[in-house]
Design a protein around this ligand. Structure first.
Ligand code: ATP
Length: 325
């Protein structure tokens, strides 16, 4: 059976890095790629940032590869994550040999809850100059992300699982998040430790090598994984998966990078590594390993894009990765 992969490049550098990842997938497997539009440019043309046909395509495809959306990001990626039924955002942050990383020992994975927290969009202006935001934390979603994180660590051979929270201040919401994680750990006999998310930010900066898997509420996972991007050499290197019970969507952690869009110098590594996660999800473990090792080889020996100190273009780096495959 030929798997159908929905391809949604979106805005900015999404248009430049996604085609590289598609070429890489094409080089290692026989997939059917179905392209669809979303993002700022689509909104300008059609009035909608996420056309229904794009939503349906992601919902029905075997997997989705997404690039980035600019101003319309919340209108695009949040519904797309919902379309694939995703509740876990998996964000590995790993330093690669040859890349000038602040902390070359970093090798950890953030498991971020991605359906609730402060990203539910329940905001209002209750009176002139007074605004509020409702933070939603449910027991079900907290248990689900904790179970996913513990199982992910066990399956991938990670020893340490840390649950990030701020239950000393957000007593009700993060209190519930933490309690749910503790219950799941006890039921499954999983070892874990717990860390206040602000202190954890400092510890991750100083001693990232001490951490393996970090389970986080939504916003904390978003911020801590960007922090980790800084430790390993920048946003051009971080892939991610949005995983649901059956379906999944893969995207680089970075956004549309309007500052460099159109210049052809975006680092495609994050998106190609996201494609490797997609391959793994579809059961192509060997192909995923080959893609990873090709990316690692290019990061070590070049060519590299300007964010990593080189002067190669996105296309040149893509061609070098495909050469190695
Ligand atoms: P958006 O609003 O879409 O999130 P942004 O610029 O605020 O865009 P990012 O796109 O994540 O956020 O970019 C943050 C910084 O990292 C920018 O300076 C950008 O140029 C750089 N950057 C992000 N991705 C890459 C990449 N793939 N290659 C090189 N630099 C990148």
């Amino acid at each position: 059976m030929t798997e159908e992969i929905a391809v949604i490049p979106g805005d900015g550098i999404g248009q430049e890095v996604v085609p590289v990842a598609v070429d890489v997938l094409d080089a290692v497997g026989a997939f059917e790629f179905v392209h669809a539009d979303a993002g700022d440019a689509t909104k300008e043309e059609t009035g909608e940032a996420l056309p229904q046909e794009t939503y349906d395509l992601a919902a029905n495809a075997d997997a989705t590869l997404f690039g980035a959306a600019g101003e319309t990001a919340a209108d695009v990626i949040l519904p797309l994550r919902e379309a694939v039924g995703s509740f876990a955002n998996v964000r590995p942050a790993r330093a690669y040999p040859g890349v000038d990383a602040l902390k070359p020992e970093t090798d950890l994975v953030f498991i971020r809850e991605n359906t609730e927290g402060v990203y539910t969009g329940i905001e209002s202006e209750i009176s002139e100059g007074v605004t509020t935001l409702t933070r939603v934390i449910t027991e079900d979603a907290s248990r689900r992300i904790a179970a996913f994180g513990f199982e992910y660590a066990a399956e991938n051979g990670f020893d340490r699982v840390t649950v990030a929270h701020k239950a000393n201040v957000m007593r009700v919401t993060d209190g519930q998040f933490l309690e749910a994680a503790r219950d799941v750990a006890e039921e499954g006999d999983y070892d874990h430790d717990e860390a206040l998310m602000d202190a954890l930010a400092m510890h991750l900066l100083l001693t990232p090598e001490e951490y393996d898997v970090v389970i986080c509420p939504n916003l904390a996972g978003d911020m801590l994984s960007d922090l980790a991007a800084g430790l390993v050499g920048g946003l051009g290197l971080l892939p991610s998966a949005n995983v649901g019970p059956e379906n999944a969507l893969f995207e680089p952690v970075h956004g549309s990078a309007p500052d460099i869009a159109g210049e052809g110098i975006a680092n495609p590594a994050a998106t190609v590594l996201s494609a490797a996660m997609l391959l793994e999800h579809l059961g192509y473990q060997d192909e995923a390993a080959n893609v990873r090792s090709a990316v690692e080889g290019v990061l070590a020996d070049g060519p590299t894009t300007p964010d990593l100190g080189g002067n190669a273009s996105t296309e040149e780096v893509g061609a070098a990765i495909i050469d190695r495959l």
